[in-house]
Design a protein around this ligand. Sequence first.
Ligand code: NAD
Length: 491
Amino acid sequence: MNAPQAPHAQNVVRFANLIGDQWRPAREGRHLSMVDPSTALIFAEIAASEAEDIDLAVKAARHSFDEGAWGRMPAFERGRLLSRLAQAILAHHDELAALESRDCGKPLKQARSDVTATARYFEFYGGAADKLHGDTIPYVTGTTVLALREPLGVTAHIIPWNYPLQIFGRSVGASLSAGNTCVVKPAEEACLSLLRLGALALEVGLPPGALNIVTGTGEAAGAALTAHPAIDFISFTGSPEVGTLVQQAAAKNHVGVTLELGGKSPQIIFADADLDLALPNAINAIIQNAGQTCSACSRLLVEKPVYDTVMARLATAFSALRVGAAEADPDCGPLISARQKQRVESFLGEAHQAHLPVLARAHLLPGTNPNGFFVPPTIIGHVPPNAHLAREEVFGPVLAASPFSDEAEAVRLANGTDYGLVAALWTRDGARQLRIARAMRCGQVFVNGFGAAGGIELPFGGVKKSGHGREKGFEALYEFTTTKTIVLNHG
Ligand code: NAD
């Protein structure tokens, strides 16, 4: 089986697993079809791996950590290899963007920015590899105490389909930088860019077994990986439901886990906000990646005096949005699958039954393939705080708007869901900016701006049902290491 290349438009290309430095089909020889979300056509196949394939990958990673080149490599050399991978990603920018765009149904400009962010992760973590160090601790006279920061061993990475490249960069980049070896189980809906990254990692000289990528379903390959007794840590990004299963598997083996789950994040717009700045951000925060973003701001809370003005301006802007196939580089592409489309439409159906007003709805570009998984961006107004639309993650381009009367009500509504991932706040009042930012129960707050183009340096993660543990920045390196204390008694 060949190393993966970008698939030709007319061909169904078959991809294998990366185990050690070999490309191997699943041992049972089964495959899964990859579907282009813009057309619903099959364009590639991936290995449908099972527990046996996972076991081989974990053994390769274990060997690389315990006895192989990666486990013995000095930190600065690890960093150099990760920096080389960053350069290789930039050198293959167009190819990776085209692959990610087709696989996920992402508009090309979004896929391009994802590739750039992924390279940044490997630059950042490449540079950090030899700057992560332990400590000495003052203790009783006659002793010297060292607190060493050590890698955990073999880390498992379960990746979702919405941002395969970026989520790979932030979790695998940090783990490798800290000296671990990795087994990655990408999402079965979209994972071709990660297989291509695996090939690039070998080309730049990553030693065999440092990075292993095994594709397959969550139920077969994912569950086998999280339950494997030789795994030392699990990094999971996905839904809260699967997050619970992953945490249970981690508990059985007594290993640590970071859970990056969903969100129902608010944008709060006060009457004194600069609307020319706030509104384009509010739109982008819900249409980016067709709303399939864990940090999407899917709730818009607007102070009553400007509610009607904001809705009128958003309606005009939504009607001008270009919705269509990923390769046409529209403002909003399709959803990932028919199943996801159905889920989003069921939220819209429920809103319709509850007589909630549709304030705006975008249109498909003429000639858009009717088989693609499109749901035009939609704003639903006056959504009450107890509605499913105000409480549950839709994971589609549906904005739930609600008015509020004062600061106290804004905070109550913003914090009033089971999730707590990010929040955005628009006001010119400096004291209010800090008061509200401090009152938010979530992992990141943006004031008079939104989004961080990856935000590689910025610790990211949730509270409540959005999960626990932090990724990105130096915080991720602490998650992927453990402290060993050595007490030297020398008199
Ligand atoms: P999902 O939980 O169904 O799948 C995520 C990954 O878990 C996939 O690789 C899947 O194969 C795997 N998986 C499924 N069942 C498994 C099992 N039993 N054991 C182990 N692995 C299993 O989620 P999804 O539908 O792929 O992604 C959408 C969800 O992910 C949304 O809720 C979204 O908010 C969340 N998400 C969160 C973040 C974040 O950073 N917080 C980022 C992206 C997506």
